[in-house]
Each structure stands twice: as structure tokens, then as C-alpha cells.
Design a protein around this ligand. Structure first.
Ligand code: SAJ
Length: 433
């Protein structure tokens, strides 16, 4: 099957990208840029239409970047039968949790069902979605086998975890090292050839399962360390210590310490979700991931801790949370992004509403509270002026966007509940949470 390598080398190989979101679109940009023709697939007709019209469906990628790759031959379609046109197919669809907090591979399986009739000899298929170790071999391979194809003989099967970090100013697709694991050694070599055309550093590992595990380790590492620092925050607060001072001092140690900071909880499409992909699979081996689950529990409890501190702080001013006018600052899941997925700020807002507070929010990245599957607020971002800040009984800093005027807020707010260590605590007007 040398023709795959030849077609990669002479840039005649067509690359199909299945799932045109925050992972698929940057891939399309990078692969087109290195001269390989790209055909993007998505089930969302509106998204396909936007891309075909040369506009970007995701905020951190500008329209003119899409217009440029359209001129360079990028095409978007929802006709999955065209998968047969592609020499390589890369799956970048969501892998969320279901309502029982178990892995939901329905998007991956639906994609495989759509392309299976159109797979052919000589193709490479790579899964990038974060998932449990074994997914490529146990979920994807049966579709390929049923199509009469055998990875390592007439087909290449690869797992290569996405490492996109939307909005990261320091790293982008080309400069983020890429893990590649193959169902066989030849599969891995084909994956290295494909990804090596547009990514500077390829990191081969011995199997698809190893590659799947690498990604989970990366994000479980974060979840567990955030859980640790959130627990350390509770201990430090009880002792009257400023956890942010403690972390900043600890990180002066030039080795053996990585700084993580406490917050109101853990949001995003990765960190709250990925650990439970391993938890679920580990049970099959009779193992309980207690440490991982405990970190998740600590992180999930942080919104309630914020409420407890808000009640204490308002009480200190002779006020109840019920009926208090409260302004939430920052509702995206992390600073300087507009993404709301699993945002802990929303959980805090819901608890505030449950306690009878009057809620408003300000987030320069989220002008209007977006429709969300499980959350509903009919709110728009309020303008931050000295008058508006002073009009609230409490201001709660939840996501510390760079765009906030912290000096003005510090001068005008009647009460600040600070979950991000931006204001020096005094236990009267400024409380840490
Ligand atoms: N958070 C804390 N304290 C911290 C770090 C994060 O409370 O010290 C919170 C954030 O506020 C946010 C959540 O955790 O609510 C997740 O933050 P994150 O910095 O981990 O950002 P994510 O969710 O965008 O994670 C992604 C991951 N990238 C991929 O999976 C490809 C992760 O591996 C990256 O390390 C991370 O981006 C990053 O470094 O930006």
C-alpha cells in the first residue's frame, strides 16, 4: 500500500475531516496550508453552509481564514458518501458524558455508521476525540472489519488525540507535539506520515490504546491537581491564609512544583469530562479510580462553597442572600474565552437564584447568556461602570477575564466575593471564596 505514502509525499492525498468544530476547523486550516486538499464533513447543514460561504462558525477563527482555505480548495459537505474520495479520514466529533456521567460515544458511532459503506482499501482512518483506552480497537475496528478491510494490510487505523487549546497565544496546531498510535506498526507509520506534513513534532507510541491513555493522563493530571488546590484553598481559608499567596510563593521552587490555582469549580469540554472516561473503563478491570473521582467531587462542590461564602459575607453586612442584588463577573468557563460549556459560573448563578438572589452578570466575551441544553437565564451582560458596580449588594468574581477593570471594581463594589485572588481580602468588603 505504498501509494498512501506517495500520495502524502506528492500532496495529492485528499484528507477528510469528520466534525468541523474547535478541533476540525484548525486541522482543516493547517492541512490545507501544507498543500493537501481537505474535504470537511459535518452533520450540521447550517455549519456546512457557513463554511461553504467562507465564514467561520467558531469565534476564535476569523472569516477570512475560512475564505482563504476555500480558495485553496477546502470544501465542506454533509454527504458522507464522499468519504470514499478521501485517502485519509480524521474523526473529530464530541465525546461527552451521558446523564449517568458515563462515556457517550454516540457521535463517534454515528460517524462510523455514515462512513463505513464508503471505506476502501488504501485509506487511513484516525480518531482524535478524547476517549477511553481501547475505543479505536473495540469500537472502530469492527466497522472496518465489516467493510472487509484489515488494518495493517489494506487499511490504516490510528488514534491521535486532539490537543487544541482555543485561544492559546503561545501554541497552535503546527507547534503542538502530536501523539500518534497505530493499530499496527505500519498503521502508526502512515499516521506519522500524515500528521508529519503539517505538525512539527510527532510523538509515536506503541498502540492506539497507549495514545488514548496519554490524552486521559494529560487531562486527569489537571483535574486532580485542580482538585488538590481547591482542597488546599478550603484548608488555607480556614486558617486565615491566602492560598494565592501560598501558591505564588511555592511556584518559586524551580523544580518539582507546578502551580495550579483554586477557582469556583472546573468547566470546559475536557477537564470535567475526560476523567470519567477512564473511571468507566477501569471498572471493566475491577479497578476503582477513587483518587480521580474524589478530585472530581471536590471540584464539583466548589460552586456550593462560593455560595456559602457569599451568605457569610452578606451576613457580615446584615444582609440575606435572599433578595440581594448580585452581579456575577465572568460566566465563560475560563478566562479570555467565550466558551460556556460546563462553566462553574453557571452553577453558581443557579445556586444564587435558588437562594432567592436577584442575578445579573457581566462578561465581555458573552454579550447574551446563550441557549444551553441544561441551563436557562434570560440575561444579557451588563455594562460595568462605577455606578452599576456600586448598585449591587455583592459582586462575585468567577472568571477573571483580562478585560475587567479590577481597580474600578475594587474601588466601587460594596462587597466582593473573589474566587480568583484578584483582590486583597479584608474579610469585610472583600471575601475570598
Ligand atoms: N482551572 C482552575 N485552576 C487551574 C486551572 C484551571 O480552576 O489552575 C479551571 C478553569 O477555570 C476551567 C477548568 O479548570 O474552568 C479547565 O481549565 P483548563 O485550563 O484545563 O482549560 P481547558 O478545559 O480548556 O483544557 C484544555 C485541555 N486541552 C486539551 O484537552 C486539548 C488541557 O489539556 C490544556 O492543558 C488546557 O486546555 C490548557 O492548558 O489551556
Amino acid at each position: 500500500m505504498t501509494n498512501f505514502f506517495d500520495r502524502i509525499a506528492d500532496r495529492s492525498a485528499k484528507v477528510g475531516i469528520l466534525g468541523l468544530g474547535y478541533v476540525g476547523i484548525p486541522l482543516a486550516l493547517s492541512i490545507t496550508r501544507c498543500g493537501l486538499p481537505v474535504l470537511g464533513f459535518d452533520v450540521a447543514q447550517e455549519r456546512v453552509g457557513q463554511l461553504q460561504a467562507g465564514s467561520s462558525p467558531i469565534r476564535h477563527i476569523a472569516d477570512d481564514e475560512i475564505a482563504r482555505i476555500r480558495q485553496d480548495g477546502f470544501e465542506a459537505t454533509s454527504d458522507f458518501s464522499r468519504a470514499s474520495e478521501c485517502d485519509a479520514l480524521i474523526i473529530c466529533v464530541p465525546t461527552p458524558l451521558n446523564k449517568y456521567r458515563e462515556p457517550d460515544l454516540s457521535f463517534v458511532e454515528a460517524t462510523m455508521k455514515s462512513i463505513a459503506p464508503h471505506l476502501r482499501a488504501g485509506q487511513l482512518l484516525s480518531l482524535e476525540s478524547t476517549t477511553w483506552p481501547g475505543t479505536t480497537a473495540e469500537v472502530l475496528l469492527p466497522f472496518i472489519s465489516r467493510a472487509g478491510l484489515t488494518p495493517g494490510e489494506d487499511f490504516y487505523l490510528v488514534y491521535s488525540p486532539e490537543r487544541e487549546d482555543p485561544g492559546n497565544a503561545n501554541y497552535h496546531t503546527q507547534t503542538i507535539p502530536k501523539i500518534v498510535g497505530g493499530h499496527t506498526a505500519d498503521c502508526r507509520k502512515a499516521g506519522e506520515a500524515l500528521y508529519g506534513t503539517f505538525i512539527d513534532t510527532i510523538v509515536p507510541v506503541t498502540s492506539t490504546q497507549a495514545a488514548e491513555m496519554v490524552k486521559l493522563l494529560e487531562n486527569i493530571h489537571r483535574s486532580v491537581n485542580i482538585g488538590l488546590i481547591n482542597e488546599m484553598k478550603l484548608i488555607a481559608e480556614s486558617m486565615g491564609l491566602d492560598i494565592f499567596e501560598i501558591v505564588d510563593a511555592a511556584k518559586t521552587k524551580p523544580f518539582g512544583f507546578t502551580a495550579y490555582y483554586p477557582g469556583p469549580g472546573v468547566g470546559g469540554h475536557c477537564i470535567p469530562i475526560d476523567p470519567f472516561y477512564l473511571t468507566w473503563k477501569a471498572r471493566e478491570f475491577g479497578l476503582h479510580t477513587r483518587f480521580i473521582e474524589l478530585a472530581g467531587e471536590i471540584n464539583a462542590r466548589m460552586p456550593q462553597y462560593v455560595i456559602d461564602r457569599a451568605i457569610e459575607a452578606l451576613n457580615g453586612q446584615g444582609k440575606a442572600l435572599r433578595g440581594a442584588r448580585v452581579l456575577a463577573l465572568g460566566i465563560a468557563y475560563k478566562r479570555n474565552v467565550d466558551d460556556m460549556r460546563e462553566s462553574p459560573s453557571v452553577f453558581v448563578m443557579e445556586l444564587l437564584r435558588d437562594w432567592g438572589a436577584e442575578i445579573a452578570y457581566c462578561d465581555p466575551h458573552v454579550p447574551v447568556f446563550p441557549p444551553m441544553r441544561e441551563h436557562d437565564f434570560d440575561l444579557s451582560s451588563v455594562e460595568l461602570t462605577p455606578e452599576t458596580v456600586a448598585s449591587y449588594d455583592a459582586v462575585i468574581l468567577l472568571t477573571d477575564h483580562a478585560g475587567f477593570d479590577y481597580e474600578m471594581i475594587g474601588e466601587n463594589a460594596r462587597l466582593i466575593i473573589d474566587t480568583r485572588g484578584r483582590f486583597p481580602p479584608d474579610g469585610k468588603r472583600v471575601w475570598r471564596a
